[in-house]
Write a protein that binds this ligand. Structure first.
Ligand code: XMP
Length: 326
């Protein structure tokens, strides 16, 4: 049974030295727990699963099997980054599953936000379980459970994230960062040599772009969303806003408005910019993004993204709006 209570004597991991000490202890503990057995991990590319993967690669190398499910709702460049960092740079045993068509087909005409979430979560578990069944000799399942997950939900990572433990896969759990807070996981990730864009990335919901492509998801509107989000992130980074704004993204609703592009009338979707700051995501305030940055983003999105002819800026704090639109 894994210890699920953080000892009062446990120092907060704030420095590379403390992270190195934690890593050394974990490597011993992981090797003792796992021996020569195999471990399976759903690797989303998020901070927590990436840090768990990096720890396990160091501890047991190819005994770890990572499964990355591309459900088509990831941000631009994310699946490629997972493959580059873990397969190419860290030489991990990585199974990349292209499940894009499968997810998008299941989501056709589904408009209800909770129904969309449920389908994405259930399909993720189905894909992961199918991959697991193809593998022989797996005895452990690694998870990126962190301490707030334990405090908030009794240790079940799946309540908000897709990718929780598939009930039918009865493996012993390996949860090396379960007593750490998010900021500590980042310090450990940095000490393990993971790239900053992976370690310091903003929170991203489990159902991904699925809850930002409002209403029934279509492939063309999903691409417009992914493209506009990439432009927004690029311009925020250039303006030095990365790390200053807690969460920022675009939303593409399922209605159109009239516009004019290259002297021709257009009838296209708007992209909505959301940029918020918060401490715990329970309430959130609006970031005052400099107008010059907003103008640049508007100019680029309307010129570069097919299907978008307007850009709107959401000024609503939480409450009354939630951070996500769905
Ligand atoms: P809301 O929209 O409720 O979001 O103000 C608060 C924080 O939670 C994230 N979020 C989710 N994360 N699965 C997740 O893993 C979800 O279904 C989900 N819905 C919202 C949101 O991005 C924000 O950081």
């Amino acid at each position: 049974m894994l210890e699920n209570k953080r000892p009062e004597s446990m120092a907060r991991i704030t420095t590379k030295e403390l992270a190195d000490k934690f890593i050394a202890e974990q490597l011993d503990a992981l090797r003792a727990q796992i021996g020569d057995k195999k471990v399976l991990l759903a690797l989303s590319g998020g901070v927590d699963s990436s840090v768990v993967a990096a720890l396990l690669i160091k501890a047991i190398g190819k005994q770890l099997v990572c499964v990355h499910v591309n459900h088509g709702l990831l941000r631009q460049g994310e699946p490629e980054q997972v493959v580059r960092v873990f397969r190419n740079e860290l030489d991990a045993n990585l199974i990349y599953v292209d499940a894009v068509d499968r997810f998008l087909e299941r989501l056709v005409d589904v408009t209800d936000p909770e129904a969309k979430r449920k389908i994405i979560g259930a399909e993720f578990i189905a894909v992961f379980a199918e991959e697991a069944k193809k593998l022989d000799g797996i005895e452990f399942l690694a998870q990126g459970t962190i301490y707030p997950d334990i405090l908030e939900s009794g240790g079940v990572k799946s309540h908000h994230n897709v990718g929780g433990l598939p009930q039918e896969l009865n493996f012993e759990l390996v949860e090396p960062v379960r007593l750490l807070f998010k900021d500590e996981v980042r310090v450990v990730g940095k000490a393990l040599g993971l790239p900053d864009e992976m370690v310091f990335r903003q929170p991203f919901p489990g159902p991904g772009l699925g809850v930002r492509c409002l209403g029934a998801i279509t492939r063309d509107r999903l691409e417009a969303l992914r493209h506009s989000d990439a432009i927004l992130r690029e311009e925020f980074a250039k303006a030095g806003l990365e790390g200053k704004v807690w969460q920022y993204f675009t939303v593409v609703p399922d209605f159109k408005s009239t516009g004019v592009k290259n002297d021709v009338r257009s009838f296209e979707w708007p992209a909505i910019i959301r940029a918020v700051n918060t401490v715990d995501a329970m309430t959130a305030t609006i970031e005052e993004i400099p107008y010059a940055v907003l103008h640049k983003i508007t100019d680029r999105i309307t010129k570069e993204v097919p299907g978008i002819n307007r850009v709107l800026y959401d000024l609503t704090p939480k409450p009354s709006g939630t951070i996500e639109w769905e």
